[in-house]
Ligand binder design. Structure first.
Ligand code: ADP
Ligand code: MG
Length: 465
């Protein structure tokens, strides 16, 4: 699916109003009845159907008439809602080229008014395998709050919360700027995924740094669970940054030891193969009287002093609750039951290799959307909140009191979340400005011959608009 942000330029307030109405309807309906969309949107002069046709043309919604006439959001529609919110918040004003395709995400460069370039990650849970999605659907059938938009939103929130918490504890991670729906904006890492690096000046040092990170994470009560050459970025000075956090688990997870060992094993294997590092292995069943285990053995999970719950406070501050974690773990573990490789499932290089595309130009209307409807009813208020990016929670609930529920927006949790996110955003924006003021994208992947973009290019695009 191509993210053609150019389309944003042509979308009217009514288009967004109806798109938001579909999103709200998806809290209670997998397919939102057309008639309900009309009621939620309550366009001044009617005409919801015409707007839906336009949204359909741009593939922002999907039409389904198998059971009744209705629509659901597509990922593209969800992307547009998130992007619009980010633009309204002033997080960025331009979307540039795609810099990464992950297993379940797309990553783009975005730029703000000063020309600061950042990375935007759009989560796309369940994209890779229809079979897996179907099994998850079956697995979660009885659950009241499941759909793929909801899960992608949870993944984004989790990633944002972990990135913030890890940053606060001085882990080398991108600077978390903002999060809305399934979209996370973070600083752009000026390096290459380790998988693309063929040579290192100091492979031993880099190796030790990386293993040290796995250990330090465990000391902080966490396991990355996907710690491999695809999720470690390295710059020209061989500085390491870790990315990709939605699958992290606590050291108190029942499979913690296995995940920890697997993270360690990935690194040992990769460095052994790619950089010919040899490791003196210490094993219990051979005589190691000559070997100092501290120097020769792999870090062992049991010997690390771990503090589970260490980051709980920070995570909660970012709005990521234990309930959210339970939800997302259930989803992931539904996966694990089906496919053991899913937690570490980025080993398919075809899927994970970074894909470089040319810049897609876009124009983002920065006008603050105001409701075109004057009625002061609940639905309208919901829509305004939603337009301001305070919603984005399309939970799927097959309850009978759907319309009433539909119109409940912004519970206490959400208010707290919005407040705390706004505060963090202000801080992060300031930090991103400070740290990356003159940042060109350095994602010119070494062995791919990809061209790096630069600020002047983005600036130029901005001036065209
Ligand atoms: P996924 O969860 O889908 O694997 P990742 O977070 O690992 O997504 O990102 C996929 C790719 O996008 C990475 O391998 C990297 O090349 C690129 N990428 C992700 N985040 C950043 C960033 N902050 N700066 C630069 N490139 C990034
Ligand atoms: Mg990844």
């Amino acid at each position: 699916m191509k993210l053609d942000v150019d389309v944003l330029r042509y979308l009217s307030k009514d288009d967004f109003r109806v798109l938001t109405a579909v999103e709200m309807g998806m809290r209670n309906h997998e397919i939102v009845p057309s008639e309900l969309i009309g009621r939620i949107a309550s366009l001044k002069h009617g005409g919801t159907y015409k707007v839906l046709k336009n949204l359909l043309k741009h593939k922002l919604v999907h039409h389904d008439s198998s059971k009744y006439d209705g629509f659901r959001l597509t990922y593209l529609g969800y992307d547009f809602l998130a992007i619009k919110t980010m633009v309204n918040r002033g997080v960025f004003t331009a979307v540039g080229r795609q810099i990464g395709v992950g297993k379940e995400s797309d990553i783009f460069e975005v730029a703000n008014e000063d020309g600061t370039v950042m990375a935007m990650k759009l989560h796309r849970l369940g994209r890779t395998s229809f079979r897996a999605v179907k099994s998850k659907r079956d697995y979660l059938r009885h659950r009241s709050s499941y759909n793929w938009l909801y899960l992608s939103r949870l993944a984004a929130l989790k990633e944002f919360a972990f990135m913030k918490a890890l940053e606060e504890h001085s882990f080398p991670v991108p600077n978390a700027v903002d999060c809305n729906r399934h979209c996370v904006v973070m600083s752009l890492i000026q390096g290459y995924p380790l998988v693309q690096v063929k040579q290192l000046q100091n492979p031993d040092t880099v190796f030790e740094t990386i293993i040290g990170l796995v250990v330090r994470l465990a000391e902080h009560g966490l396991i990355h669970c996907d710690f491999n050459e695809f999720n470690i970025m390295i710059d020209d000075d061989e500085k390491v940054t870790m990315i990709d956090f939605p699958q992290m688990v606590s050291v108190s997870h029942r499979n913690a030891q296995m995940y920890f060992d697997r993270d360690i094993e990935c690194i040992y294997k990769f460095f052994g193969k790619r950089f010919n590092l040899s490791f003196e292995e210490h094993s219990d069943d051979i005589d190691n009287s000559d070997v100092d285990p501290d120097e020769s053995s792999r870090p062992s999970f049991s010997s690390i002093a771990k503090t589970a719950g260490f980051l709980d406070k920070e995570l909660a501050a970012s709005g990521f609750s234990r309930k959210d974690e339970d939800e997302i773990q259930k989803f992931i573990e539904g996966d694990v039951e089906e496919d053991d490789n899913v937690f570490g499932g980025e080993h398919d290089s075809e899927l994970c290799e970074t894909n470089i595309k040319g810049f897609d130009s876009l124009h983002l209307d920065q006008e603050e959307p105001t409701s075109s409807c004057n009625e002061e009813d609940q639905v309208d208020e919901n829509l305004q909140n939603s337009e301001a990016g305070q919603s984005g929670d399309p939970e799927c609930q097959n309850s009978s009191n759907e319309e009433e529920d539909n119109e409940q927006n912004g519970d206490e949790d959400d208010t707290e979340l919005v407040k705390s996110l706004a505060k963090q955003r202000r801080r992060a924006m300031a930090a991103a400005r400070k740290g990356h003021k003159n940042t060109a994208s350095r994602n010119s992947y070494k062995d791919k011959g990809g061209k790096s973009s630069n600020n002047s290019k983005i600036q130029k695009q901005l001036s065209i608009w």
